[in-house]
Ligand binder design. Structure first.
Ligand SMILES: Nc1ncnc2c1ncn2[C@@H]1O[C@H](COP(=O)(O)OP(=O)(O)OP(=O)(O)O)[C@@H](O)[C@H]1O
Length: 351
């Protein structure tokens, strides 16, 4: 179904023609460089798609172009080449739009720059709505606070809130206008692990209840594995993998993706052959794909152990090869022990 440009009147680009058959957000041959001391290519020839009603996480090492891509999607940055399309229509850049940022999207950035820290929570959220219908304004603000479970903070000054509470206010403020897409840059940075988990579940529920599309940038693999429906993996501004987290975890297409998602062992052919693997390529072995058994006659030495509560992370070494493995705590592995290493699973990757 063709949705007319008038759907988002201030987001139409003159003479643009809607392209059909694209995912909700579609980037094609997208490139963006910056001129600092020298020219930095942040995004290079990137083609990708983001589906409606899903959580898509953009992951990659520091400087791989994640934040730049988020800004290009929103229309905060002008691409040097290529384009982003939303519902088939080209997303206008800052040169083409008086107030940059697509009208169907809202962005929550790392800091809380948008929040008025001296105003209370209610006013921070309500200020996003017009005064033309005061009853609707009240109802929507109330709904948004309830969704983010911060109704009890309504009268508190933002300045007096914790990082996690401020993050919830920022989200309530972004969602009160019912955007179709929520963009988040490192959303759980300022939130400790237990708060972050609850917030992730709440965002998931909002997505399921409302059909909201979420695009988030993250450097924390644990965060995205549990939360995202789809991953976009960037390396030096290029797409190196895309797909569902479980698939990319169990069948990583390259060593870079495997290393981002787990403390993976990446073995050369020669190293793999020491473990009895003849794959003809490098192989990825996630730590839980190794099983260890104490054996004084075996070749591997335990060189480090880390207690992690219900499991242990072990570092073992043999013939210059170092491996990371997981072990359940019912066997007490200690430094200096000799262990036999058995590979329960591996995945071949290109070098
Ligand atoms: N305004 C700018 N001026 C100059 N260089 C920039 C600018 N914005 C980004 N860059 C450069 O572009 C590259 C990609 O930056 P970007 O912030 O998109 O990466 P990132 O993956 O989000 O990094 P991080 O995880 O560290 O936040 C980096 O080399 C960065 O230094």
């Amino acid at each position: 179904m063709a949705i007319p440009t008038t759907h988002f009147p201030s987001c139409s680009v003159p003479n643009d023609v809607q392209r059909e058959g694209l995912p909700l957000i579609h980037g094609e041959s997208l490139s963006r460089s910056f001129q600092a001391k020298e020219r930095v290519v942040a995004i290079s020839e990137l083609t990708f798609g983001i589906r409606e009603g899903q959580i898509t996480a953009i992951i990659g090492e520091s400087g791989s172009g994640k934040s730049t891509l988020l800004k290009l999607i929103y229309g905060l940055l002008e691409p040097d080449g290529g384009e982003v399309r939303y519902r088939g229509w080209r997303v206008p850049g800052p040169r083409e739009k008086l107030i940059p940022g697509h009208d169907a999207m809202r962005m929550v950035s790392q800091g809380f720059d948008d929040l008025n820290t001296y105003a209370n929570v209610w006013d921070n959220v309500a200020s996003q709505l017009s005064n033309t219908d005061l009853e609707a304004k009240h109802r929507k603000t109330e709904d948004s606070l309830r969704r983010l479970r911060i109704t009890h903070l309504a009268k508190q000054r933002v300045a007096d809130l914790s990082g996690g509470e401020k993050q919830r206010v920022a989200l309530a403020r972004a969602l009160v206008n019912e955007p179709e897409v929520l963009l988040m840059d490192e959303p759980f940075n300022q939130v400790d692990a237990s708060f972050s988990e609850i917030l992730q579940q709440d965002i998931r529920s909002i997505v399921e209840e409302t059909g909201l599309t979420v695009v988030l940038v993250s450097h924390d693999p644990a965060e995205v594995l549990s939360m995202a429906d789809e991953l976009i993996v960037l390396k030096t501004g290029r797409l190196v993998a895309a797909g569902q987290p479980a698939r990319l975890y169990t069948q990583p297409p390259n060593a870079y993706t495997a290393r981002l998602l787990a403390k993976s062992n990446i073995l050369t052919q020669a190293e793999a052959s020491l473990l009895g693997i003849c794959a003809g390529t490098d192989v990825v072995i996630h730590p839980e794909w190794l099983s260890l058994k104490e054996d004084p006659r075996a070749g591997f030495d335990v060189v480090d152990t880390q207690f992690k509560g219900f499991y242990q992370v072990l570092t073992v070494r043999h013939a210059g090869m170092t491996l990371h493995a997981l072990a359940m705590p019912h066997v007490d592995f200690r430094k200096g022990m000799r262990v036999a290493v058995h590979v329960t699973r591996f995945h071949p990757v290109n070098a």
